[in-house]
Design a protein around this ligand. Structure first.
Ligand SMILES: NC(=O)c1ccc[n+]([C@@H]2O[C@H](COP(=O)([O-])OP(=O)(O)OC[C@H]3O[C@@H](n4cnc5c(N)ncnc54)[C@H](OP(=O)(O)O)[C@@H]3O)[C@@H](O)[C@H]2O)c1
Length: 214
């Protein structure tokens, strides 16, 4: 299995997504996130995050732009938005999509883009077994994986003890709850199943960064 690092950014009031808010944490946290991207072979997200956030998933540290990790997308129904950055920037060997779809016209289009499509079975709950996904990634040469999941994937990974280290980036700001928002629901799992390895603070950084390990 690959060594798995997972991370999430939360507001002081535990929000991981708030409509119209572009950034939850500050620039120092951003730099560390990009450093994590640099240090990992691949980065895994869900289709929800891809279609809602339209992330670039690249390493934007100056001078290291060419060391961006491979992009791994969990997209069981092939709902990927064809106007997304990930689709548009896909080329041979930089993107893997795990899916369970029979939509041949989409499959053809994605393959034409050079995307490596892996058809993977679903379990009773109509989900991929994440442990099996990790094993497959290892067999494809991925030794260090960064998971930038939303709440569901992160919780699933933490609950099933698939995460080796977890970075919690916590801002001091509260975000409003009068728009669409999503909450981080794994604080108890972290508290009960993981130990705090270190806390990072600096005069420049306003966020509290806690690193947990299993
Ligand atoms: N603050 C942060 O650091 C951060 C980072 C990433 C994303 N986000 C935010 O998080 C939100 C998305 O969070 P979320 O909880 O909705 O999504 P998520 O945890 O990223 O993933 C949920 C999606 O992935 C699918 N999925 C999850 N586990 C799966 C599995 N084992 N097999 C197959 N499919 C699986 C789900 O399918 P089902 O529908 O079948 O459950 C659902 O479509 C977005 O709004 C994004 O902005 C925040």
């Amino acid at each position: 299995m690959p060594f798995v690092t997972s991370k999430i950014a939360v507001s002081n009031n535990n929000i991981i997504y708030c409509e119209d808010v572009k950034r939850i944490t500050d620039k120092t946290s951003d730099k560390l996130s990009h450093y994590l991207r640099l240090k990992n072979d691949a980065i895994m997200i869900s289709i929800n995050t891809l279609n809602i956030d339209n992330p670039k998933l690249n390493c934007r540290l100056k001078g290291y732009e060419n060391y961006s990790p491979k992009r791994i997308i969990l997209d069981k129904n092939l709902d990927i938005n064809f106007t997304s950055y990930i689709f548009k920037s896909a080329k041979k060997n930089n993107t893997i999509i795990f899916h369970n779809s029979l939509n041949y016209s989409k499959i053809k289009l994605l393959k034409k883009k050079g995307i490596n499509l892996i058809k993977f079975r679903l379990n009773k709950e109509k989900k991929f077994n994440l442990k099996h996904i990790l094993k497959r990634l290892f067999s494809l040469g991925i030794r260090h994986l960064l998971v930038e999941g939303g709440d569901k994937i992160t919780k699933n990974m933490l609950k099933n003890k698939l995460v080796n280290q977890f970075f919690l980036f916590k801002s001091l700001k509260n975000l409003p709850k009068n728009k669409k928002y999503k909450i981080f629901t794994s604080n108890n799992i972290l508290k009960n199943n993981y130990t705090i390895k270190s806390k990072i603070s600096s005069k420049l950084a306003k966020d509290k960064i806690t690193i947990y390990k299993r």
